[in-house]
Design a protein around this ligand. Sequence first.
Ligand code: APR
Length: 378
Amino acid sequence: MGAGPAGLMLSHLLHLEGIESVVLESRSRAHVRERVRAGVLEQSVVELMQQTGVGERVSRQGIRMRGIDFRFDGEPHLVEFSAAGRYAMVWPQHELVEDLASARVAAGGEILYESAVTALESLDARPVIHYGGKKLGCDFVAGCDGFHGISRGAIPPSVLKEHDHVFPFGWLGVLAEAPPAWPDITWGCHPREFAMMSMRTPAMTRLYLQCAPDDDAANWSDERIWSELHARLDLPGGTKLNEGRIVQKGVAAMRSYVAEPMRHGRLFLAGDAAHIVPPTGAKGLNAAMADVRVLARALAAHYKRGDDGLIERYSETCLRRMWLVERFSTWLCTTVHRFPDTDAFTRRLQLAELQYMALTETGRRSFAENFTGLPVEA
Ligand code: APR
């Protein structure tokens, strides 16, 4: 269920294992391929793409990140991923979706767009999926239908445990036709409030501004956006942020959420259907990729060796890693933002956290390891 990154990568990996799948997607093909969302891939996701025949474009056109430029106390502090001997890559989610969808189509895979799943039944025995007035019988169902999908709701409330944390601020995300002013993704940990400059291509800048959680993008004129971005990101005497035509803007909530367990009978949750993180650590897309790697291996063991051990442990395996990802994302989110009710002591501690991360070898290595991706277990 779902032709987002999780559903498509799973279908691709299963195909390589000789396992047939059908992807059911509620939205149109154009909608799925054009949505502007995440944009940073962990090193192991880039390698997975390269090893499974969908990495040609990312290898050629992706922007290899050497680190993150944290700006605080009026100074830049580049935390390099080489501190952990690793890298991360800027590759927009819609491009990854394009890579995977084209590979599935070229291999004769079935992706049914505009086919919303409306109900799931017999998840303990032989599952049946209801979509668009039709039924599909299958061995297993992968709920890759995102945070607002329906698969999670098929787990009985007596079994499902939900952990939810909403932060008291949001991000205004802006896409602008402007070349990135600086070579590295830049985080303005500014006392005014947080801001970030990222990039999607050498000609497109992706920008974020901390805002109220219920703010409306309509409250943000282009002039206000650029003036706040300059105030929070530029350094005195340094190169100024490049301005350009704003082609998209929207407010996103900041939330951490985990559903446990991630398997119920023959239903597996993967990606945003099971968990979300605040966007601060760029982990949502990567966490989805980690889940489907584990799931593809588990299903391959089932079909090839009749071994269901990995299926039994799917939820535990994914959640162990996911809680470490939640820890990192929540810690980063808490460290770089200005909270509406912070006292001077807490603000001083935030600065100490930033200094420890950027100015000590242990702090830099820990950040680099987490940002470029924790190992994915079998
Ligand atoms: N039936 C079929 N498809 C559905 C249904 C349904 N009932 N409900 C939702 N979907 C589809 C959505 O239209 C969407 O295309 O499931 C897909 C889920 O994709 P994503 O939301 O992208 O989730 P996922 O694949 O887990 O990827 C995680 O999402 O957090 C963001 O950007 C973050 O990169 C991360 C990504």
